[in-house]
Design a protein around this ligand. Structure first.
Ligand code: SER
Length: 580
């Protein structure tokens, strides 16, 4: 039995309901491109909204931390990973959470207690030492020397604001050396395997901690790392998770893993991540902005490293690898199977595009870097613009020759060409979470009104295809085969403002998914919702499956104004609008 099944079965036996993984691209969260933790889709529920599945939940969630993209190639980094998690939403707290973590590790996984150590929150100017957690670990047989109080690493929050709390990290001694009595969290033979976060606070923008309505538990365990540990390999890519993928790359390239680890890990990791993004219900395609740009970078970097491995990049190598990944994961993520041909086509199209210019681009790179010359902005931009080299690829090539790239100069040129990717802006990949600020909540509600108005003005088959909210504006993508006329835009604005003036109540109900659909409720990714769903209604003009949050009455919204209407992709239009 594998780790994922053992974990989910164990927590189901403790009364937890298993929830499906949310899409890897968050639906209503402007602060991150991808889900970075299992708790991210649960933020509204950690903030106090009742979850349709109840108070005890567990899942295996698709996660990505693209900040690590260029680190991939070593033994431990991945861009995509799976996170196991169990949650209490105002149900059990520290005692059960710690007891069950300990029971799972020592009884189910049969890890000897002597290989375990923990950290607990040491206390700071705001919060006291976490005595309760300390005492609980002690009572379970973790010795005093193996409980390390630390300050900075024992408070967990995704980003800057939102649900948060003190935590207790569990470490495993991953070495054949004699295990020291005293646990030192800085000693890298001790590896963190699981985090138990006691989420009872909400951190607001002015840096204050207020009590959440409930005391919650949020735990997270990275599958790749723990499997490698359990299997006793010190290179994650040698664990059973990767073996068949690496074997396939060896077969295609006719090379052995030893001596070619770096490029093989990059090909394995990046193709896996690309498959997960391309088959996500969000329908991301390679592009020069946001998630699409990450997808493009992943595929292009994988192609370049496949070439390093002497793989004929025009053969079906990427498809052969992708098929192994789809087969391996489809049991947990049905979208991999359902969207398999979409994902395979995305890989193939992007490969065909890039393979046409890669060779010439590499020759151009050799030319401009001759005599060990650093890459200036003009050359970097030329490589990007003419040969499709993501700037990070040029940087990687330069680094391999010990050269530098004028990134700042490149960005200026990029801006000059009016297509500065928002992904290049600092901080976008650092993780974070949906701001549930007042203004963003208003934009959520305005999104539903806009959706309803478009159905009236453009036609009943108009549906939401994406949405993104910041505190400054809302963005809404929808299917439509033409540019909206001024008259259509005016009508949409008038309708939304009329509904705001009518002071319509926003109400929320729970119902069976099938009943919600029968009643005509709107929803974007039906397969991603549990059997019992929350449905938000606005007067009788809008009804949508949604996790919220929303305002209570449309009168809170102010005045709605469309700032821009433009093409997003084929058959998809995009509206940017504000509330004044
Ligand atoms: N949210 C915590 C983490 O990501 C525990 O799940 O580590």
């Amino acid at each position: 039995m594998n780790l994922k099944d053992l974990y989910l079965d164990f927590f189901e036996s403790k009364g937890h309901k298993r929830i499906p993984s949310a899409p890897v691209v968050p639906e209503n969260d402007p602060s991150v491109l991808f889900n970075t933790a299992g708790m991210q889709p649960l933020i509204p529920y950690l903030m106090g909204q009742p979850h349709p599945y109840g108070k005890r939940l567990c899942s295996v969630q698709k996660c990505m931390r693209t900040v690590d993209l260029d680190e991939v190639g070593d033994k431990t980094h991945h861009t995509f990973f799976e996170m196991l998690g169990n949650w209490s939403l105002g149900d059990y707290f520290k005692t059960e959470s710690i007891e069950w973590s300990f029971e799972f590790l020592t009884k189910v996984l049969k890890i000897p207690t002597k290989r375990l150590a923990v950290t607990v929150f040491a206390g700071n100017e705001l919060l006291p030492f976490d005595q309760e957690t300390h005492d609980k670990w002690l009572s379970l047989g973790i010795s005093e020397d193996r409980i390390a109080p630390t300050k900075d690493d024992n408070f967990w929050i995704a980003g800057e604001v939102g649900p948060c709390g003190t935590d207790s990290e569990i470490f495993y001694f991953r070495s054949d050396d004699e295990i020291p009595d005293k646990f030192d969290p800085e000693d890298d033979r001790w590896v963190e395997i699981w985090n138990n976060v006691f989420m009872q606070y909400n951190k607001t923008i002015d840096n204050k901690l207020t009590d959440l309505p409930n005391k919650n538990v949020d735990t997270g365990m990275g599958v790749e790392r723990v499997v490698a540990i359990l299997e006793g390999v010190n290179d994650n890519y040698l664990s059973s998770i990767w073996k068949d993928v690496i074997d396939k790359i060896c077969e295609i390239s006719n090379l052995s893993y030893e001596g070619n680890e770096y490029s093989m890990r990059i090909v394995a990791d990046h193709i896996r991540t690309a498959v997960f993004i391309a088959s996500d219900p969000s329908g991301i395609k390679p592009s020069n902005t946001d998630q699409g740009y990450i997808l493009r970078r992943l595929i292009r970097r994988a192609i370049r490293h496949a070439k390093q491995l002497n793989i004929d990049i025009n053969s079906n190598w990427e498809e052969e690898i992708a098929k192994i990944i789809i087969d391996k994961y489809k049991k947990y993520y049905t979208e991999l199977d359902e969207n398999a041909s979409v994902a395979l086509n995305v890989l193939k199209d992007e490969k065909n595009k890039f393979s046409r210019t890669l060779e010439k681009g590499l020759r151009e790179f050799e030319k401009v870097s001759r005599n060990n010359k650093d890459i200036d902005a003009t050359d970097a931009f030329h490589l990007y613009d003419t040969y499709g080299f993501p700037i990070e690829l040029t940087e990687e090539l330069a680094k391999e020759k010990g050269l530098k790239v004028d990134i700042e100069g490149f960005k200026i040129k990029f801006k000059e060409h009016q297509e500065l990717s928002r992904t290049a802006s600092a901080g976008k990949f650092k993780g974070g979470l949906a701001g549930n600020s007042e203004i963003e909540t208003k934009y959520h509600t305005a999104t539903h009104l806009l959706n309803a108005a478009l159905k009236i003005v453009v036609g009943p088959d108009t549906h939401q295809r994406g949405s993104n909210i910041t505190s400054e504006r809302m963005r809404f993508d929808f299917n439509c085969d033409h540019k909206l006329t001024d008259e259509e835009k005016n009508r949409v604005e008038e309708l939304v403002n009329k509904w705001i003036d009518e002071r319509l109540d926003v109400t929320v109900t729970k119902m069976k998914k099938e009943d919600a659909l029968k009643s005509g409720a709107e929803c974007m990714f039906i397969e991603k919702y549990p059997d019992i769903v929350t449905v938000y209604s606005i007067g009788d003009i809008s009804k949508e499956l949604c996790g919220g949050p929303h305002v209570k009455n449309t009168s809170e919204l102010g005045h709605f104004k469309i700032k821009k209407e433009e093409a997003s992709s084929a058959g998809i239009r995009r509206i940017k609008a504000i509330l004044q």
